[in-house]
Design a protein around this ligand. Structure first.
Ligand code: KG4
Ligand code: ZN
Length: 367
């Protein structure tokens, strides 16, 4: 011990760690990434991801193509995860998989693979909720938040503020009523003519732009909920009128050529201004939640938490507000199996196993 009092998670791990020795193989296939990871006693030994480039030309994920690509990728990805972790199937104590939410065809591939492995190896099966796993990605690093903490989970399909009281006790206290933050990034990119997924590209261009150049409206949504669909519409009208008016109305419309010239000449400033607005919407709600729940342990998670502007804004806000902030390493922000493995680790310690009759579900029902 270095003289610091252990936080509550360390206490749990210390107490139970001496009783059980677990190595878990985890599989994630909820959308368009096929991923596998191995975790031993809460420590990630491997984290392998196969991305699916096939969707790029369609401007979004094509569900059937995603399922087919998962079928092709799953064996090599699992084999590689075991190899990097320097273990084999006989040393695995349990098989975990993403059970919900996601694209049903994609989930089915991972679920069926995990169930078959569990059956053939006679090992327990652990079903993991993808959104809970995003939150628990914050427990992978050595420096962990103590409980209770708040997590802003921002991904392609979800935007949530989660109150996390223990590894397996979580409650959604705020969420989007329409688009997710990742969708706001991706739809902005699409309107700007950038390829899918556009979030990382908006981030890249924003780094060279002026975030105060264009002003986009902030939605007035009560409580801790979010809305991004109005922002998307205002960006559409703004681009249609080539920035000639701050009135976001459909009537002001320039030619497609003038619109393209406007975008080309102002790409960095548009990206920086849109990103700045998305971040201010997220951070303002996080401040409200922290105040309401009197919590100063604040985390972010999900694909959008890879955004450089959001990471910087969280750190700066944390310093001002006296928060302790936590951001997962880049590889644990976007979809990955390490987050499934760490969640399964806590479920294993809690004897929370599933039988082979379990089915995946496309919807995000929290247990
Ligand atoms: O968590 P994730 O990998 O998959 C889902 O569960 O949805 O999140 C994907 C989302 C996409 O919308 C993608 O554009 C966004 O995360 N994203 C980013 C960045 N990296 C990924 N958005 C903004 N800036 C980034 N650097
Ligand atoms: Zn995700």
């Amino acid at each position: 011990m270095d003289g610091k009092a252990p936080n509550s998670l360390e206490v749990i791990s210390q107490n139970i760690g001496s009783m059980v020795d677990t190595t878990i193989l985890a599989i994630e296939s909820s959308c368009d990434d096929t991923a596998a990871a191995v975790c031993s006693n809460g420590k990630i030994l491997s984290n392998i991801i196969a991305n699916q480039a096939v969707h790029e030309k369609y401007g979004g994920v094509v569900p059937e193509l995603a399922s087919r690509a998962h079928l092709q990728n799953i064996v090599p990805v699992v084999t590689e995860a075991l190899k990097v972790a320097d273990c084999n199937l006989s040393s695995i104590d349990a098989i975990a998989f993403t059970q919900a939410p996601g694209l049903i065809g994609s989930l089915l591939v991972g679920a069926q693979f995990a169930k078959s492995l569990a059956l053939s190896l006679n090992k327990p099966l652990i079903a993991v909720h993808h959104m809970q796993a995003h939150v628990l990605a914050n427990l992978i690093a050595d420096e962990k938040p103590s409980f209770p903490f708040l997590c802003l989970t921002v991904s392609g399909g979800h935007t949530q503020i989660v109150l996390c009281e223990s590894p397996l006790k979580m409650k959604v206290i705020g969420e989007t009523i329409d688009d997710a933050a990742g969708e706001a990034f991706d739809k902005t990119a699409k309107l700007l003519g950038l390829p899918y997924p556009g979030g990382p590209l908006v981030d890249k261009y924003a780094q060279q732009g002026n975030p105060n150049r264009f002003q986009f409206p902030e939605p007035k949504i009560p409580g801790l909920n979010f809305s991004f669909s109005g922002l998307k519409t205002s960006i559409l009208y703004f681009l249609n009128n080539a920035g000639t008016s701050n009135v976001f109305k459909e009537e002001f419309k320039v030619s497609e050529t003038d619109k393209k010239i406007f975008i080309d000449q102002n790409l960095a400033d548009i990206c920086a201004s849109v990103q700045d607005r998305i971040i201010s919407i997220l951070i303002n709600k996080l401040k409200k939640a922290a105040k309401e729940y009197k919590i100063n342990q604040i985390c972010i998670a999900g694909g959008v938490s890879a955004n450089s502007g959001l990471r910087k804004a969280l750190k700066e806000t944390g310093e001002k507000m006296g928060w302790q902030t936590f951001i997962p390493a880049f590889q644990y922000c976007t979809d990955n199996a390490a987050m499934i493995a760490i969640t399964a680790h806590f479920k294993y310690l809690n004897n929370d196993f599933s039988d082979l009759s379990i089915s995946p579900s496309p919807r995000a029902i929290w247990s």
